[in-house]
Write a new protein. Structure first.
Length: 230
């Protein structure tokens, strides 16, 4: 089976695969994670708001995003937003949205819906008694959330947040539809250039397996430690 397997192609191209492709994948994952957690936290607070309009809008956004495929959201933003932006500012030409900016904003908006549900569960896991105690000490809503509730919610939800980030790391491979060179895209270019699809795709699968399996094991150990602390 592996008689014609060319191991040298991996040796020749690994600097390009990792320094260009994997570097882009990790960069986009980390930035989208930070943006998604921030936006997701705001959405979670909106879903738990006593103002019904805010709660409905936040819930509607989360349910809409979670009901459509990510690749479709990528197409929506990349192809429709330039025209929507032109309509909003009254321009006759579509506004320019770069490939990377389009991918980044798409991942932040998409992942925010999933991080929102994780954060909402974390916020609700904090005892209501602590909320009432914070108000009794004279804190306002934002002080109570920032100093009492959210720190505990983040600690409780760290394993789930990291698990969702692993999923995000895998989903970044979908940027190939915008012709961006992530790890999978870099391997695909090499595979078609040298006619070595089997070698490159097997190598990509092995790298993703090792990284995701290792991260999942770390998350599992972290989850056990968080459970012991609680």
């Amino acid at each position: 089976m592996f008689g014609n397997f060319d191991f040298e192609i991996i040796e020749r191209t690994w600097p390009y695969l990792f320094y260009v492709g994997m570097a882009f994948t990790i960069k986009l994952t980390l930035v989208a994670m930070l943006g998604g957690i921030l936006a997701g936290t705001l959405l979670a607070m909106g879903r738990l708001s006593h103002l019904r309009v805010i709660s409905i809008l936040a819930g509607g956004y989360v349910n809409l995003i979670r009901s459509v495929p990510l690749v479709l959201v990528i197409f929506w933003f990349y192809f429709l937003v330039p025209y929507i932006g032109a309509w909003l500012i009254g321009s006759h030409e579509p506004i320019k949205v770069g490939d990377y900016t389009s991918a980044l904003v798409t991942f932040i908006l998409f992942e925010a819906a999933y991080y929102c549900e994780i954060m909402r569960a974390g916020i609700q896991s904090v005892s209501r008694g602590q909320v009432y105690a914070a108000y009794a000490l004279g804190m306002n809503y934002w002080q109570m959330m920032g100093q009492v509730v959210l720190p505990q919610a983040f600690r409780n939800m760290i394993p789930l947040l990291l698990t969702q980030t692993i999923v995000l790391f895998q989903d970044v491979s979908l940027v190939y539809v915008l012709s961006l060179t992530d790890f999978v895209g870099a391997a695909d270019k090499v595979a078609h250039r040298d006619g070595r699809l089997t070698e490159m795709y097997l190598f990509v699968a092995l790298v993703y397996f090792v990284i995701c399996f290792t991260l999942s094991a770390i998350v599992k150990r972290l989850q056990m430690r968080v459970a012991i602390v609680r």
